[in-house]
Design a protein around this ligand. Structure first.
Ligand SMILES: [Zn+2]
Length: 312
C-alpha cells in the first residue's frame, strides 16, 4: 500500500513538473536572478512589467547553492538572467555550456563595478596570518553591499531591460529613476552617520561581506573571518584580539550578518558587556522577511540605524 502511495506521489510530481514546464509563459518579460540583491534590484526596475524570480530559496545559505534540474529549466526558459559572477555562482559557467542560451540575455554584475580584491587580512593584525592565497587572489563578490554600487547596478539592469524590451523602456527608466533617488538618500544617510560618528571602526563577530561598504564610507573594521570564508570557528587568538579591540575602543555594539550564527558575536559581546546587532548584507533573505515584502532598501535603512548605534 505504502509503495503504491509513493509511486502515485512520484507520478504526480513528474506530472506537475511537466505541466509547469509546458505552461506557456506570460507575455511579460521573464527574469531570473540568482540571489536576493540582484533579484530585488530587478524587481525595483522592472516593477509590474516582468515576472521575476530568484533561484536561491529564501533562508538558505547562498555560498553552497547548487542548482536543481528545475532551476536549470527556469534558466533556460527565461528572457533575462541576472547573476553576480563571483565565486558563489561560478556554477553558471558550467550550465551555460549545457543549455542553449542564445535567446537569453545574460547580465553579469561584477563587470559593472571596479571590483576590489578580497581582503585576507580581515582587519586582524595578528602574526597568525600566512599568505597562501596570493597566487590566485580573487575579487570580492559582494559588490552590492555598497549603495553606491547598487546605483550603478540598478542603472545597468535598466539599460539592458530597455534594450531587451524597448516597448516598456519608459517604465523601466521611470522606475530606475525613482529607485536610484532612494538609493541616493540611503547613501547620504550613511555619509551623515559616518560624518557625525564618535568612531570609525566596526567589529564583526562573523564573516565579512562588507568590504565595498567600508571602503565607500571610509570605515575600518575587524572581523572574525575575511569575506565569506567557510571557516566557522575563529582561532583563540582572533577571538582574543576582537575582544581587545572592543574594550580598547569602547565599541558599544558587535555586529553580525543575517542568516548567520551569532555564536562568535555573542561570545565577544558577553566578554565585553556589549550588544549584538544584525547588519544586513542582503546575500539572501529569510522566508519571513520575504513574506513581509522587505527589500534591499528597507534593510539598508535598518543598517543606517544600526551603524549609528555601532559608531557612537
Ligand atoms: Zn558571501
Amino acid at each position: 500500500m505504502k509503495r503504491v502511495l509513493y509511486l502515485l506521489c512520484a507520478m504526480l510530481l513528474v506530472f506537475c513538473s511537466c505541466t509547469a514546464a509546458e505552461e506557456p509563459a506570460s507575455d511579460r518579460l521573464q527574469i531570473v536572478a540568482t540571489s536576493f540583491a540582484p533579484y530585488d534590484f530587478a524587481r525595483a526596475v522592472a516593477g509590474d512589467m516582468a515576472d521575476i524570480s530568484m533561484l536561491l530559496p529564501p533562508g538558505s545559505e547562498s555560498h553552497s547553492f547548487e542548482p536543481t534540474a528545475q532551476d536549470i529549466l527556469r534558466i533556460s526558459n527565461c528572457d533575462v538572467f541576472i547573476y553576480v559572477g563571483g565565486e558563489s555562482d561560478a556554477w553558471i559557467e558550467g550550465i551555460l555550456d549545457s543549455i542553449p542560451h542564445d535567446e537569453i540575455t545574460m547580465i553579469r554584475l561584477m563587470p559593472m563595478i571596479e571590483c576590489l580584491h578580497e581582503d585576507h587580512d580581515h582587519g586582524i593584525e595578528a602574526e597568525e596570518h600566512v599568505h597562501t592565497h596570493e597566487d590566485h587572489e580573487e575579487y570580492d563578490e559582494h559588490i552590492w553591499t555598497s549603495p553606491v554600487n547598487a546605483i550603478t547596478i540598478a542603472q545597468g539592469i535598466c539599460d539592458v531591460l530597455c534594450e531587451v524590451d524597448g516597448e516598456h523602456a519608459d517604465t523601466y527608466q521611470a522606475n530606475a529613476k525613482t529607485y536610484i533617488a532612494e538609493l541616493e538618500e540611503i547613501d547620504q544617510a550613511f555619509r551623515d552617520v559616518v560624518e557625525n560618528a564618535q568612531r570609525h571602526e566596526i567589529i564583526f563577530g562573523d564573516r565579512f561581506p562588507f568590504l565595498y561598504f567600508v571602503r565607500e564610507y571610509g570605515l575600518s573594521y575587524h572581523a572574525a573571518f575575511p569575506g565569506c570564508a567557510s571557516q566557522t570557528e575563529p582561532s583563540a587568538a582572533t577571538l582574543a584580539y576582537l575582544i581587545d579591540c572592543v574594550k580598547q575602543e569602547g565599541v558599544p555594539v558587535v555586529l553580525k550578518a543575517e542568516l548567520s550564527s551569532d555564536k562568535i558575536a555573542n561570545a565577544i559581546a558577553e566578554a565585553t558587556g556589549t550588544n549584538v546587532m544584525t547588519f544586513y548584507a542582503c546575500h539572501n533573505i529569510s522566508a519571513e522577511d520575504m513574506q513581509e515584502g522587505r527589500t534591499y532598501a528597507s534593510f539598508m535603512w535598518e543598517n543606517v540605524e544600526t551603524l549609528k548605534e555601532a559608531l557612537n
